[in-house]
Design a protein around this ligand. Structure first.
Ligand SMILES: CC(C)(COP(=O)(O)OP(=O)(O)OC[C@H]1O[C@@H](n2cnc3c(N)ncnc32)[C@H](O)[C@@H]1OP(=O)(O)O)[C@@H](O)C(=O)NCCC(=O)NCCS
Length: 296
């Protein structure tokens, strides 16, 4: 990706001395060779390392859970504390950005509560990623940012997107599954990390059956499109419409899509530029890979 800050002036915050990336990661889990597919210097600063096993660092986990429970309040999916520990920081790790506590805007101080501001740095976003039993495949377990909770003027544009990008880049992740609900704004972010395949279109095993499970073939060269909003010629060259669409508001449409997946008519894909450019409740074209030989 081109130098991040050069993509849009809205990313000038990356240069600020008062914002830096963080990793909440067990010492044993730290990568020996991070950033093999994406230069971590793009994130401007040395990451702040926090240890989830240290009592002295627990304030950082508290701050993350405080922010996360507010971000997920509307969808009724705040993460229980034990899930955070047992299912996130033990097997995986957390990436995100933190703001120098004394420089936090008033809107964030009020939201978090002055009494909860402990430590020099306060986390304002998080991405949790966990390795799976499938060789080389990870699963994204949580993405949240404070942006949705504060006035526009105080937001750091791209905070959610770059929190996930930083985690994927740190751990050299090339294949990453994830779950999100149809119609969620988060799908706009998830679809911009690389080719996005639909693994389940209707998921009754989840609390919310209208959950989409996806698999990303991470392609760091495509990340800049999130900021430039350009559509990928490579996509048009490699994929054709599969002949049906998915209506994110219709359970019937989700089930019909899931039946096609279970009958092994796939694999099926979505197009990032379409997800980004149209209203979240509009039907999305479903795509299939072109046959080898048909690629122009
Ligand atoms: C979804 C979430 C992580 C996005 O993070 P963010 O920091 O707000 O988003 P970013 O600044 O990285 O990206 C902004 C882009 O996201 C999309 N977006 C973010 N919030 C949106 C919303 N409410 N409606 C529509 N699009 C939205 C837009 O495309 C926007 O860019 P654009 O306006 O230039 O098109 C954040 O809103 C959040 O924490 N939501 C609550 C928790 C949640 O639903 N998490 C996702 C679980 S899968």
């Amino acid at each position: 990706m081109a130098n991040l800050e050069s993509l849009t002036p809205k990313l000038s915050w990356l240069k600020s001395e008062d914002v830096r990336p963080f990793l909440l990661i067990r010492k044993d889990s730290r990568l020996k060779k991070p950033g093999q597919y994406f230069d971590l210097n793009e994130f401007s600063k040395e990451p702040l390392f926090m240890d989830p096993l240290r009592m002295g660092d627990v304030y950082f986990s508290n701050a993350l859970l405080n922010m996360e429970s507010r971000a997920f309040q509307n969808s009724d999916m705040p993460m229980p504390r034990w899930v955070f520990f047992d299912c996130a920081v033990m097997p995986g790790f957390i990436s995100g950005f933190a703001i120098r506590t004394k420089m936090l805007p008033q809107s964030i101080v009020q939201l978090i509560g002055y009494e909860n501001l402990i430590g020099d740095w306060t986390p304002v976003s998080m991405f949790i990623v966990i390795p799976t039993m499938v060789q080389g495949e990870w699963v994204a377990h949580n993405l949240s940012s404070i942006n949705s909770l504060i006035p526009e003027d105080d937001r750091l544009y791209g905070l959610g997107f770059l929190s996930k990008a930083f985690g994927l880049a740190y751990a050299n992740i090339q294949v990453c599954c994830g779950m999100t609900q149809w119609g969620s704004p988060a799908l706009r972010l998830h679809s911009h990390y690389g080719e996005i395949e639909v693994v389940t279109a209707y998921t009754p095993g989840h609390t919310y059956a209208s959950t989409l499970t996806y698999r990303l073939q991470v392609n760091t060269k495509q990340w800049s499109r999130f900021f430039t909003k350009s559509s990928s010629e490579e996509f048009a060259n490699r994929f054709d419409p599969a002949g049906f669409s998915i209506d994110p508001t219709s359970e019937r449409s989700q089930i019909a899509f899931q039946e096609k997946l279970e009958k092994k008519f796939g694999p099926f894909y979505l197009r990032a530029s379409e997800i980004r450019s149209q209203p979240l409740n509009k039907p999305l074209t479903v795509y299939k890979k072109k046959q080898e030989g048909n690629i122009t």
